[in-house]
Design a protein around this ligand. Structure first.
Ligand code: SAM
Length: 169
């Protein structure tokens, strides 16, 4: 990813993505654990419209209003901007249906890695401006995250950062 790109890390946790890539990263989370993080609901961020090259949701599509997060990602992304999602595989009833639904929200799937047992990774390109007033937006939902002992074993931040870096480079 070009170093001039501007990234928004939606639900950034401790904001470690920002420390591990050369691009400018806006780190956003409900809870700001340090002063580099912007405390906000990612359904309504303070980011400007059409100003971001890549939005990242890494294990952060929590809550029942996923649609609001996806619409906010669409608002802040430039046209052709990249949406990256990394999520726990067990949260998807049908990952292909999820991928197809995102088309209604203006995102065309460009890459997937859904062969892992625990995690799915997917990239999309913004191809259309879509907002809450757009017609026929289908609901999107994921199953609640049921943390199992195996999830804990592998869900360490360094591994996630390493995988994200590989995806971004
Ligand atoms: C499992 S953690 C993942 C953190 C980080 N992305 C990572 O990979 O290490 C999920 C994060 O999403 C944040 N989050 C959940 N819902 C949010 C919302 N509506 N707005 C902002 N952050 C949210 C939580 O506060 C939490 O820090």
């Amino acid at each position: 990813m070009p170093k001039e790109y501007v990234i928004a890390d939606f639900g950034c946790g401790e904001g470690r993505l920002a420390d591990s890539v050369k691009q400018k990263v806006h780190s956003l989370d409900l809870v700001a654990v340090n002063d580099k993080i912007i405390a906000c609901d990612m359904a309504h961020t303070p980011l400007l419209t059409n100003g971001i090259n890549a939005v990242v949701f890494c294990l952060s599509l929590m809550g029942t209003n996923l649609v609001d997060y996806i619409l906010e990602a669409n608002r802040v992304l430039k046209m052709d901007g990249i949406l990256k999602i990394a999520e726990i595989s067990s949260r998807f009833d049908d990952v292909n249906e999820f991928i197809n639904l995102l088309m209604s929200y203006g995102f065309k799937n460009t890459w997937t890695d859904i062969d892992h047992k625990y995690f799915y990774f997917m990239d999309f390109k913004k191809v259309k401006n879509v907002d809450a007033k757009s017609k026929k937006l289908p609901p999107i939902s994921l199953k609640p995250c049921m943390y199992k002992r195996d999830n804990y074993k592998i869900l360490n931040v360094n591994k996630q950062i390493k995988e994200l870096n590989e995806l971004i480079e």
